[in-house]
Design a protein around this ligand. Structure first.
Ligand code: CA
Length: 511
């Protein structure tokens, strides 16, 4: 049926005047380093992510999105509540940690305001999801191959690859939703979390490419304190045989196992025959790690493409906010590390890309200090739902509109708790600005401060704490830290029970 030009203009005007609340698609991956998104332009050019980049091209790329506590469960609790760990009660991933699902979360408030809500994929908060009309989640960390899931409380068995399954279930829910209501879809991937197990179709996608090494792969931690020296998260020491695919993962069907072996077995045999030692061994581990980590992200990028295609095909793209983020950043060999946890850039910063047609300028970039603490308030404001006073972030809607408030934050408070297991990163808190980081390591018998000047030392290799040239800066940062701790109601003393409860110990070393 053709619509007369005049009539279609009239219909558009009517639609615009009603201003339907926007749909929200929140795509959230686990441990996705911004270094592995081509829109962020990493020097190593590690991975092309054409579909994730579509969000950046059509919207805004945030270059300094920081997290209050760089670890999985706590980041998820912060996204849901808009609060720091010390107030939402989820400071670490200790075995007995359970998110209190009775507290106020943004999905609950959107649901109350008439949104249909769905949570699909990795939840990782111990308790069952609340505030969702539909949920289908992986138990705990979940499995990459043929993963069991729980759908609205009932067990579901799946065949196939986890990222594909999460995408299928998400698109199926979108298709079956009540089309008279706005929706919130939280599509949360397990990938690229450890142990970085790729879809079998992507095992050979990079050929046998050699990945460039970061300049700090062989960091000796000189210029920094005990915490950096004593951690247990290096590629050299900490990676296990499962991490390095020197043994096959469980749960593969015989047919899947055949494909897995066809890729890894000849390469593992060559590795064992060569028997590299010392730095050569670390280099081999780095190459294997990068291969697997990046291969898992090919599926994530495909998933993003499928979701964007669906929204465009169904005519939903124009009134849907699409957000791509990860729960925190990740080390891809910088400082010799994998994993996260630190206040340092690679783990503190998380990717954030937002597409909001008609509101956010395509291809724009932002360097303000924003945070996943701000997501809840952003979604509520976008939906026209009042923000509870207890939330501790700030809505990004003005920034997305291109109107940054004059009083936007210029400092950010960080606090990490989980210790000693699994990676022996000592608890620390600190303040971050555009140029500096002041950090205190505490609570483990040793108590000391570090100060980093990112302008002079972008890789954060030398603490200048106590140096005469920084006396004034240090004093200002100390004052700001005290102010932030008071404003955010940070606890004066952190009880030991807030540390991780599992015993310390090194992972089994790969030979
Ligand atoms: Ca994570």
């Amino acid at each position: 049926m053709k619509i007369l030009p005049g009539l279609s203009t009239f219909l558009l005007a009517v639609t615009a005047s009603v201003a339907a609340p926007p749909n929200i698609v929140f795509i959230f991956s686990d441990d996705h380093a911004y270094q592995a998104i081509s829109a962020y332009g990493d020097a190593r050019k590690l991975l092309a992510t054409p579909n994730i980049d579509r969000i950046a091209k059509a919207g805004m790329r945030f270059d300094r999105c920081v997290v209050p506590n760089s670890i999985c469960g706590p980041a998820r609790a912060t996204v849901l509540t808009g609060k720091y760990s010390h107030l939402n009660g989820y400071p670490n991933n200790a075995g007995n940690a359970r998110f209190d699902g009775t507290q106020v979360t943004f999905p609950k408030l959107l649901q109350k305001a008439g949104y249909q809500t769905a949570m699909i994929g990795k939840w990782h908060l111990g308790s069952d999801p609340t505030g969702f009309d539909f949920w289908q989640v992986l138990p705990g960390q979940g499995a990459y191959y043929n993963p069991p899931m729980t759908r609205n409380g009932q067990p579901v068995q799946n065949s196939g690859y986890v990222t594909d399954i999460i995408t299928d279930v998400s698109l199926d829910w979108l298709q079956r939703r009540n089309k008279t209501k706005p929706f919130l879809l939280m599509c949360q991937h397990k990938a690229p979390h450890r142990e970085w197990e790729p879809a079998l179709r992507h095992l050979d996608a990079d050929g046998d490419r050699h990945y460039a090494e970061p300049p700090t792969l062989f960091d000796d931690y000189a210029g920094r304190g005990l915490a950096e020296h004593d951690q247990d998260m290096t590629i050299e020491q900490t990676m296990t045989e499962a991490d390095l695919k020197l043994k096959p993962p469980p749960r593969l069907t015989p047919e899947q196992r055949k494909a897995w072996d066809a890729y890894y077995e000849p390469r593992n045999a060559a590795f064992r025959a060569a028997n590299p030692q010392g730095r050569d061994l670390t280099r081999w581990k780095y190459q294997r790690y990068l291969h697997d980590y990046l291969a898992t992200l090919r599926s994530v990028d495909e998933s993003v493409g499928r979701v964007l295609d669906y929204l465009e095909r169904e005519g939903l793209a124009e009134n849907t906010i699409v957000v791509y983020a990860s729960d925190q950043g990740f080390y891809l060999g910088e400082h010799g590390w994998f994993d996260k946890r630190w206040i340092f850039e690679e783990s503190l910063r998380t990717p954030l890309l937002v597409r909001w047609p008609g509101v956010t300028k395509p291809g724009s970039a932002n360097r303000d200090l924003v945070s996943n603490l701000d997501f809840a308030e952003t979604f509520l404001e976008a939906a026209g739902v009042p923000v509870p006073a207890e939330m501790q972030g700030r809505s990004l809607v003005p920034i997305l509109r291109g109107k940054r408030p004059a009083d936007w934050r210029t400092s950010f408070y960080y606090q990490y708790y989980e210790y000693p297991a699994p990676h022996r990163v000592r608890p620390h808190y600190g303040v971050v600005t555009d140029r500096y980081k002041l950090v205190r390591f505490y609570g483990t018998g040793e108590d000391y401060w570090e100060l980093f000047d990112l302008e002079k030392d972008p890789h954060e290799l030398r603490s200048v704490h106590g140096e005469a040239a920084y006396t004034a800066t240090q004093g200002e940062l100390e004052k700001e830290l005290t102010r932030l701790r008071r404003e955010l109601k940070a606890p004066e003393n952190v009880p030991p029970a807030w540390f991780g409860t599992r015993p310390a110990g090194r992972g089994k070393q790969a030979k």
